[in-house]
Design a protein around this ligand. Structure first.
Ligand code: ADP
Ligand code: MG
Length: 261
């Protein structure tokens, strides 16, 4: 496992309650987690256990009701360019082409046009949209739009990537390809990644550590180390060690939800 140097994302007893009084609903309770600089942490757990809530707090899109969340040692007070967020539902500017969508964040950063174009092209090619660089989003399938959103987030190369079930709606083959591309990108830039998924295989394949959460109230249940070397590949995916960790995560997620049902 990669040695964890400095914590990059810190959740310190973070809580989130929606509503008030009799309607109050505890979506997240005493959530404690340090994500190391350059670490990939994946988060799994039953629907409604507070995965998105935790991530949205780190993204600065939701304010915690209690506790503290810091990124790079700074208390999160809103969204920022240090954090790139990818949601399950692609969010593209419909009036901009694929290329312009991917270049958008680079333009905001003040990057020169030639450099911008080159960088955008690299990531557009990487996600397999090279032939669609000048297409508008409405001409793309759902999966292609999502790949464009991924290229856009990677291109900006933020210190932290927050990914909320980004590959969830894609077909199995595309998903595996994007997992490998994510790991390739990460191997080069060693950004810190928090990645939510409902796919146990995906959680183990990508992660240094898998966080298993439980519902009612939403909380951290278990942290599972993934002691498998990088770079990861098909051989690792099929290894007995992988299967063993996968079974451990599966048990963590599904035994508890079966108890609760
Ligand atoms: P997950 O991503 O693990 O499926 P979420 O973090 O989206 O779960 O939600 C956790 C719980 O909080 C769910 O029960 C959800 O219904 C509730 N919740 C989320 N957002 C709101 C909101 N804005 N208002 C009220 N309840 C919410
Ligand atoms: Mg969610």
């Amino acid at each position: 496992m990669t040695a964890i140097s400095e914590p990059k994302i810190v959740f310190d007893k973070v809580g989130k309650t929606f509503g008030e009084g009799a309607d109050a609903f505890v979506a997240l309770q005493d959530f404690d987690l340090n994500i190391g600089e350059g670490e990939i942490v994946t988060v799994v757990g039953p629907s409604g256990c507070g995965k998105s809530t935790a991530m949205n707090i780190a993204a600065g899109l939701l304010e915690p009701s209690g506790g503290h969340c810091t990124v790079g040692g700074v208390e999160v007070a809103g969204p920022g360019p240090d954090r790139g967020v990818i949601f399950q539902q692609y969010a593209l500017f419909p009036w901009l082409t694929v290329r312009k969508n991917v270049e958008f964040g680079l333009k905001l950063k003040g990057m020169k046009p030639a450099e911008r174009r080159e960088r955008a092209e690299h990531y557009i090619d990487m996600v397999g949209l090279g032939d669609f660089a000048d297409a508008l989003p409405k001409m793309l399938s759902g999966g292609m739009k999502q790949r464009c959103a991924i290229a856009r987030a990677y291109a900006v190369n933020p210190e932290v990537l927050l990914m909320d079930e980004p590959f969830g709606a894609l077909d199995a083959l595309t998903r595996v390809r994007l997992q490998d591309q994510l790991l390739d990108t990460w191997a080069r830039d060693k950004r810190t990644i928090m990645f939510i998924t409902h796919d146990v295989d995906e959680a183990v394949y990508l992660a240094n550590r898998v966080i298993v959460m439980a519902a009612r109230p939403g909380r951290l249940q278990e942290i599972i180390d993934v002691n498998l070397p990088y770079p990861r590949n098909e051989e690792i995916r099929l290894s007995p060690e992988f299967q063993k960790i996968r079974n451990q995560v599966w048990h963590g997620v599904y035994s508890r939800s079966a108890d609760a049902a």
